[in-house]
Design a protein around this ligand. Structure first.
Ligand code: AHR
Length: 510
């Protein structure tokens, strides 16, 4: 941070198309719909709402989901999945049982179930990512669910799906083998040895139906848990040959007013990713295995967990208001930085799910019978999904730093760059972590074929607490930044204090 009256020295990096991290897997822009709070009920599904279609899906919400650019959706949990009985959620609605959802002390009516979720995916062009219950259930139920979903017909379970109105198999490729099985809060929580065996055996049986499935083993529910890394190593020793991904979950919040550390959350996230990569590769070496295990960062977000824990628990209500965090500009900057962390590791993080999609720690909010609107976090995600596709270039930042209590000295600039493989267009995503000072940025484009600057959009505000609400849904939106230039192969910009930025350049051939 600079002294009053002085300017912050410039942050710099060089782009060179010869130095690439890897291709962005479209699944990096996934999200997550859990049966919890109002994510499903009065979120995506609200029969009788003026915007609902004949199936009860809210068109206003679906429109926003399309605009957000979500590629995959993980379903139906989360902690919910560890009590999930998939059979309850299919067939005629009037016959579906109402049950207690122990994970969220709520009542689940099963009005919205598997078939409705698959309709939702088809209508929004989203790839489903299904989780099986390895908390209270096991190999048999996982295989039965797979048969119900993917077998074309001619068996009791596949014919049951056809009788329920889905003639064509769902063809679900990606399956999560349980959820956060390391967490003591999980229904059916297991040790790493117990879970590793169960994951391996479930995967082996599922592959007997379809060897080409892509299977995700549960990693740790967070890097802070005492079993972290040992858990991954033990699980992978047991299940390495059978699975393709290991999962990571991370949520960040501002603690005790320490905003400087909060703004540096992605330092922790990148360290987490690199530690899991190291653990996967260590097991690979020990097993003398050829294949690599990739990472599915299938829950990530800003989440004010302490506030959620302090709130009164629901009293078995249907769709109670849970985890309805209202995100500020500051939250959006940290959120954007988390997206940058994912992109900077696109070679190994080949799937990710923003938790969650609607109402529950979500980029989209709704009111029952009322409007739907975009939170501040909507914008970084939508921009990254629209333009962060292609090849991620290596960005070695030379940046002034600032002191943080949790992470020591941290660069003020956090950035990544993606080139479109067809057009050569280049998009830079950058965050200025300074709460007080603008940050001059210089990007040397000597190693890329840059044409002209298209736009520099910034999300920032004189009030870092500003949020969007039902009454003021457009209080915070990205704005065009001024003064950004591209001369003699060097881009010059000034990043506002506490800002998320997207700078787009054309490739020379355009
Ligand atoms: O996303 C909310 C909850 O966070 C999920 O249900 C669980 O997997 C995680 O702990």
């Amino acid at each position: 941070m600079s002294e009053p009256g002085t300017t912050t020295p410039a942050a710099r990096f060089t782009l060179d198309s010869a130095f690439a991290v890897g291709s962005v897997n479209p699944r990096l822009y996934g999200s997550f719909v859990e049966h919890m709070g109002r994510c499903v009920y009065t979120g995506i599904y609200e029969p009788g709402h003026p915007a609902a279609d004949a199936d009860g899906l809210r068109q206003d919400v679906m429109e926003l989901i399309r605009e957000l650019g979500v590629s995959t959706v993980r379903y139906p949990g989360g902690n919910f999945v560890s009590g999930y009985r998939w059979e309850d959620s299919v067939g005629p609605r009037e016959k579906r049982p109402t049950r207690l959802d122990l994970a969220w002390r709520s009542t689940e009516t099963n009005e919205f179930g598997l078939g409705e979720f698959m309709d939702f995916c088809a209508k929004t062009g989203i790839e489903p990512m299904m989780a099986v219950n390895l908390g209270t259930r096991g190999v048999a139920e996982a295989v039965q669910l797979l048969e119900y979903c993917n077998q074309p017909g001619g068996t009791e379970l596949s014919d049951r799906r056809i009788a329920h109105g889905a003639k064509e198999p769902y063809g679900i490729r990606m399956w999560c083998l349980g959820n956060e099985m390391d967490g003591p809060w999980q229904i059916g929580h297991k040790t790493a040895e117990e879970y590793g065996r169960l994951a391996a055996e479930t995967a082996r049986a599922m592959r007997m139906i379809d060897p080409d499935l892509e299977l995700v083993a549960c990693g740790s529910s967070g890097s802070g848990i005492s079993t972290f890394a040992a858990w991954e190593a033990t699980v992978l020793e047991a299940a390495y040959d059978q699975v393709d991904y290991v999962s990571l979950h991370a949520y960040y919040e501002e603690i005790d007013g320490d905003r400087d550390s909060f703004l540096a959350s992605a330092v922790d996230m990148e360290h987490f990713i690199e530690s899991v990569v190291a653990t996967c590769d260590h097991v690979r070496a020990r097993l003398k295995a050829k294949k690599r295990i990739n990472l599915s960062f299938d829950e990530w977000n800003v989440w004010y967990i302490r506030r959620s824990e302090a709130a009164a628990p629901p009293d078995w209500d249907k769709a109670p208001r849970l985890l309805e965090d209202n995100y500020s500009v500051t939250d959006a900057v940290v959120f954007g930085s988390m997206l940058i962390a994912l992109l900077r590791h696109a070679d190994r993080v080949t799937s990710a799910s923003l938790a969650q999609l609607v109402n529950v720690i979500a980029p989209i909010m709704t009111e029952p019978g009322g409007p739907a609107w975009r939170q501040t976090t909507f914008y970084p995600f939508a921009q990254a999904s629209a333009y962060g596709r292609g090849t991620v270039l290596r960005v070695e930042v030379d940046s002034p730093t600032y002191p943080t209590a949790r992470f020591g000295d941290v660069p003020l600039l956090h950035a990544t760059a993606v080139t479109d493989d067809e057009t050569g267009d280049i998009t830079v995503f950058a965050v200025n972590r300074s709460q007080t000072d603008a940050l001059p940025l210089e990007i040397d484009l000597r190693g890329v074929d840059a044409g002209v600057m298209v736009e520099h959009l910034v999300l920032a505000d004189s009030d870092p607490e500003a949020t969007n609400t039902a009454d003021r849904p457009d209080r915070v939106t990205p704005q065009a930044a001024t003064g950004t230039t591209l001369t003699d192969g060097v881009l010059h910009a000034e990043l506002e204090p506490l800002s998320w930025n997207m700078i787009r350049l054309t490739g020379r051939q355009n």
